[in-house]
Design a protein around this ligand. Structure first.
Ligand SMILES: [Zn+2]
Length: 250
């Protein structure tokens, strides 16, 4: 899937970056638009684009995007042409923008900034060594987590439980509830794991609305969490150690 985002490329400039599967056909536009972004106030534009990209509901996205289009019409047109489903969570039909929120290509580029000038063999060894260290540290962190779900997920559930303490869901049937949080109301379906706020749908972690409904029926929050958040899944991800290549002579 091709992705268009605005990223901070250093020295106060913001560039529209593509993580492309070969679908992107207008690379020259990125440079033009980067200039527009800097001249037009990159930081503000970037925050608008990020807010639009991370919005859960399409109505919320539309508010941010209309503001962005007014502020920078050229970039608005460019992002519209790229297709909302390629960069905005609210229009995503896959998991790229919910579970995988990190741009891995950009992360690795930043991590390898110092090593870019190394000869290829040294660069490969640098990457191998870096991954060895990452896997070791993350395996260690995961093994210290004693809970059924990861420490981060546990913290999120705790915050959402506290937030939804006084929300009173109205039952519709066995799985569906009408939940109003004082600002926003909608129907939560615990069977298909959806709610109008779309946080539950995208995060695969119950939002406050889902937790309020679950609490009213004595449903344990863990049963609503995706297996992605289980400590066991995290341990499995880093289970295999990265080994040194070793000497050719041996
Ligand atoms: Zn919700």
């Amino acid at each position: 899937m091709a992705t268009a985002i605005i990223s901070n490329s250093g020295a106060g400039s913001y560039t529209i970056v593509h993580v492309s599967d070969g679908d992107w056909r207008h690379p020259e536009k990125a440079a033009t638009l980067a200039t527009v972004a800097v001249e037009g106030g990159g930081r503000r534009l970037a925050s608008m684009a990020v807010a639009a990209a991370k919005a859960y509901r399409q109505s919320e996205f539309n508010e941010y995007f209309i503001e962005l289009e007014r502020y920078a019409p050229a970039i608005g047109a460019y992002l519209r042409e790229a297709g909302f489903s390629r960069w905005a969570r609210a229009y995503s039909d896959g998991k790229r923008f919910d579970i995988m929120t990190t741009n891995i290509g950009e992360c690795l580029n930043a991590a390898l900034a110092d090593a870019h000038k190394l000869p290829i063999q040294c660069l490969m060894e640098y990457i191998r060594n870096m991954l060895q260290q990452w896997f070791y540290e993350r395996r260690g962190d995961a093994s210290k987590m004693g809970g059924y779900i990861t420490a981060w997920a546990e913290g999120e559930i705790g915050k959402r439980l506290a937030l939804s303490r006084n929300w009173h869901p109205e039952p519709i049937d066995m799985y569906r509830f009408n939940v109003h949080d004082g600002h926003f109301g909608g129907i939560i379906d615990l069977k298909v794991r959806t709610y109008t706020c779309r946080v539950f749908d995208f995060d695969k972690l119950p939002c406050g609305h889902a937790l309020a409904a679950a609490r009213s029926h004595n449903i344990h929050p863990y049963s609503l969490c995706s297996s992605y958040y289980q400590t066991e899944a995290l341990l499995c991800a880093y289970a295999d150690p990265i080994m040194p290549v070793g000497s050719q002579a041996d």
